[in-house]
Design a protein around this ligand. Structure first.
Ligand SMILES: [Zn+2]
Ligand SMILES: [Zn+2]
Length: 190
């Protein structure tokens, strides 16, 4: 049986983009959901290590293990994209894997590098976008509530403020307190 002809390069590129870009965007919402509903609830026993001050000389956190949960999925998708049968599905899975990888790497650079200083990423502070992302994530660390997403953290905070939260709830105190330091000038206005 003759092997089916591979797709033209342009067709492959289009499929990679069509699958990869929405995947990278969706990962922000997926990671927000996991962070809020799973890390801060069922897996708090692991995630708490990210919210506690480090012991002197401590380089790693138990929470770092959670950062690797999606790598096997991305690797499997990319491998299928390289070795699977020729056709659009193979290219779509390749794009999907690339999108996940792009998000994962960006998350590590911005969250672990820029926000927590574990990698040399301070150069990103010259961009307002990243200053706002950092300020929003600092609110999460101060109060343990909203925002749970990273790149859209500033928008998540704004939406929470607009909505208002029921009195006494965890996100209510987060929201009320968030107005102080963030809005009062210190890091960057939202
Ligand atoms: Zn953090
Ligand atoms: Zn957290």
């Amino acid at each position: 049986m003759p092997t089916p002809a591979d797709l033209p390069v342009l067709a492959k590129l289009s499929i990679w983009l069509a699958a990869g870009v929405p995947t990278a965007v969706a990962m922000e919402y997926w990671s927000r959901l996991l962070h809020g509903q799973v890390w801060h609830r069922w897996l708090w026993v692991m995630h708490a290590s990210h919210h506690r001050p480090h012991a002197p000389g401590q380089r790693y956190e138990v929470n770092d293990l959670l950062s690797f949960t999606h790598a096997p999925i991305a690797i499997a998708a990319i491998l299928y994209g390289c070795l699977g049968p020729v056709g659009p599905l193979r290219e779509a899975l390749f794009g999907f894997g690339l999108g996940m990888t792009l998000f994962g790497l960006s998350y590590i650079v911005v969250h672990d590098g820029l926000v927590h200083g574990r990698l040399p990423a301070a150069f990103l502070l010259r961009f307002r976008f990243f200053r706002r992302v950092r300020a929003a994530h600092e609110v999460h660390h101060r109060h343990g509530g909203v925002p749970y997403g990273l790149f859209r953290g500033p928008e998540e905070l704004k939406a929470a403020r607009r909505r208002g939260a029921p009195k006494g709830s965890r996100s209510a105190s987060t929201e009320a307190d968030a107005h102080g330091p963030i809005g009062s000038g210190a890091p960057e206005p939202m």
